[in-house]
Design a protein around this ligand. Structure first.
Ligand code: ZN
Length: 139
């Protein structure tokens, strides 16, 4: 409530003005109506239908990801994740995995091929979930 002497705003139930110390008339707190819930967009509908169009193709993301792990993520807009996966894959998968396979005359494949399959499986599964959760971006 506003003080009638100095105009300072005070808490509704304040007995004295915090601006000038004047005694404030005892008065019940004004019944301020809460904003009507209907003024908010309904929960779970972040985008109004028709105002957006998917701009990216899931198939392109999958193809890029299969060509080189991480590329699909970069295409999907997760540049940081994509670069991390890409760098990890180049170092571990290509710079270590392939030399190990060559040095062991192919025996290393018993270890590196399953690792590569797991790496691809995890990355593609997570990329799929990421894109499915964003139907407004990916078609
Ligand atoms: Zn006052």
């Amino acid at each position: 409530m506003k003080c009638s002497s100095c105009g300072a705003s005070n808490r509704p139930n304040a007995r004295f003005c915090r601006g000038c110390g004047e005694a404030l008339p005892a008065q019940p707190a004004p019944n301020v109506p809460k904003a009507a819930p209907s003024s908010y967009p309904p929960a779970g509908v972040p985008y109004a239908a028709g105002t957006w169009q998917p701009t990216k193709d899931k198939a392109i993301a999958y193809i890029l990801e299969i060509l080189l792990l991480g590329l699909g993520w970069i295409y999907a807009g997760e540049t940081g994740t994509g670069i991390a996966i890409l760098v990890g894959w180049i170092i571990v998968g290509l710079m270590i995995g392939i030399p190990v396979d060559l040095a062991t005359g192919g025996l290393g494949c018993l270890c590196t091929v399953p690792m590569a399959i797991v790496a691809y499986g995890l990355s593609l599964t997570r990329l799929s979930k990421y894109m499915n959760a964003r139907p407004h971006i990916f078609r």
